[in-house]
Design a protein around this ligand. Structure first.
Ligand code: PEP
Ligand code: MN
Length: 363
């Protein structure tokens, strides 16, 4: 894919490229007040508002609809800022183009559905408006890439991605778990893509916003999309996660924006040195794993000859206890060590199962 970077179509000066505005446009006054306060911070690059809201249950507030497009556009004109909204079908696209909306985004519930994404893409043929594609609700990188490709194939060259986290059946501290490895993998696939993090929909509350925004900046993401409302507690949608424009201003001030490359020559040489050591440690880590796996294959062979089961719970419990004790006393993170042990154990079992299965087919 060949598309232009955000700084080629928006003259933002420094990270984060910031998109902010209410979850939903509610009234003309709410839009005017929120947007002018946001513009006054001098930190916002694009104003946002939801016009059509995808809601989990019927009869919830489903957005004001077309009428509110004019409020959003007017807020942009009044504050000299481009405006963005979510589109989920061809009619939304047509209405936005007619109203002069500057940037469109595809929501998480739309990205999951190739039929809907294609409909949006078809409606976009012949127009070159910037489009941002949110990750799908489910953690499926290919589906996210597929949606970006469909929009790109429609002729859109101003393309970006929004990371808003993934729905999870398990109860977690997040509304949508970030699974940072997925946007990182997207960036590895398309290094030139700008990723904007949406801490509001990842957090689902105000408390976690700053930490998520900081992490996004440390992962070299280009920008942030954060919902803001003049009176967040009274918001008609996503009340818990919205912040006032002044709180947003403070939040952005607390961020540490680290340079993407080490600046002085001294730190670079130091970095190169550190990286060399890391390379060596990784090499020896891999060799250690090779040795361990070779041994576990031998044990598999022994178990086969002596009719012993592959999994012996007592031994596994013993391994976990002793390794966790050592890791703990050395200050390694408990969760990390647990996952690592489980991975190694799973691979050992797979290998030993192979040994046993081979004997079945041979025998
Ligand atoms: C939104 O940005 O208001 C929204 C509905 O987000 P998502 O598609 O990420 O749920
Ligand atoms: Mn929202």
């Amino acid at each position: 894919m060949n598309f232009s970077r955000i700084n080629e179509w928006n003259d933002f000066k420094s990270r984060p490229f910031l998109i902010s505005g209410p979850c939903s446009a509610e009234t003309e006054e709410q839009m005017q007040t929120t947007c002018s306060q946001l513009a006054q911070t001098g930190k916002v690059n694009v104003l946002r508002a939801g016009i059509w809201k995808p809601r989990t249950r019927p009869n919830a507030f489903e957005g004001v609809g077309v009428e509110a497009l004019a409020w959003l556009k007017q807020a942009g004109i009044d504050n000299n800022l481009p405006v963005a909204t979510e589109v989920a079908n061809g009619q939304h696209v047509e209405a936005c183009l007619k109203a002069g909306i500057d940037i469109l985004w595809i929501g998480a519930r739309t990205t999951v559905n190739p039929f809907s994404v294609q409909e949006v893409a078809d409606a976009l043929k012949g127009v070159d408006i910037p489009v941002l594609v949110k990750n799908p609700v489910n953690p499926d990188l290919q589906l996210w890439i597929g949606a970006l490709e469909r929009i790109h194939q429609a002729g859109i060259t101003k393309l970006g991605a929004i990371h808003r986290g993934f729905s999870s059946f398990q109860k977690t501290a997040y509304r949508n778990v970030p699974k940072w490895e997925i946007p990182i993998e997207l960036k590895a696939t398309f290094p030139e893509i700008d990723i904007i993090c949406d801490p509001s929909h990842i957090a689902g509350n105000r408390e976690l916003l700053a930490a998520i925004a900081q992490k996004a900046m440390d992962l070299e993401m280009t920008g942030l999309m954060i919902e803001s409302h003049v009176d967040p507690d009274e918001a008609w949608s996503d009340a818990k996660q919205q912040v006032t424009p002044s709180r947003l201003n403070e939040l952005i001030d607390t961020l540490t924006i680290r340079s993407t490359e080490a600046s002085s020559a001294e730190t670079s040489t130091e970095l190169i040195g550190f990286r060399k050591i890391i390379d060596e440690i990784d090499e020896s880590l891999i060799q250690t794993l090779v040795d361990r796996m070779a041994l576990s294959e031998k044990i598999g062979q022994y178990k086969l000859e002596n009719n012993v089961t592959i999994l012996q719970i007592k031994r596994w419990e013993e391994i976990k206890r002793t390794r966790m004790e050592q890791a703990n006393s050395e200050g390694l993170n408990e969760e990390f060590m647990k996952s690592l042990l489980q991975l190694i154990h799973k691979e050992s079992i797979r290998q030993q199962t192979d040994v046993m299965n081979k004997s079945i087919t041979i025998g």
